[in-house]
Write a protein that binds this ligand. Sequence first.
Ligand SMILES: [Zn+2]
Ligand SMILES: [Zn+2]
Length: 181
Amino acid sequence: MDFSLSKFLSGLWGEPYDWVKWVHRNFSDNHCPECLMLDGCFFKGDNHPSHPHHPYCHCILENISQSKAQSQATVFADYRKFNPYLFNIGKKYPHTKEKLFESWGYNVNDSNFLKSEIEKQGLKKYLAGEYKLGNLNKDGQRISIRIAIPRKDKEGIVSFISGWMVYPNGKIRLTTPYGGK
Ligand SMILES: [Zn+2]
Ligand SMILES: [Zn+2]
């Protein structure tokens, strides 16, 4: 839908349609895996995957209100992304991300704090449209979100990029607690 038209309609109905829901319609036997993964996902109206996604894409963007997005959105970060993965318990993973968090004064005992802080900030920033669209493929649409946490070793704040996957009805799931500076 023409965005200027949706703005006009939102004026009529009194509630702003700031969000869009990606809707895949089955008009052919060719079910594009990317569009299927986008089906039902919520995006901020000015921050969604390119639409139409390809020639003969039958998907539509349905306008939804900020309050609907807000009331339905959920966030999930698996505890195991922190313990054992992030803090590399048992040195089983080919990364050294734990060194960075340790240099900020964090250790594996902070896993629950980091999990809930990243979930809280992730949801808040997703709902504010403060995310960057990343790779989209047959596994889904990735987004990245900047997270800020206090240092525990001294005064100050550090921030980093976390990686997420978008699911239908406003759900986002953490894929990478630390994906870069
Ligand atoms: Zn498609
Ligand atoms: Zn499509």
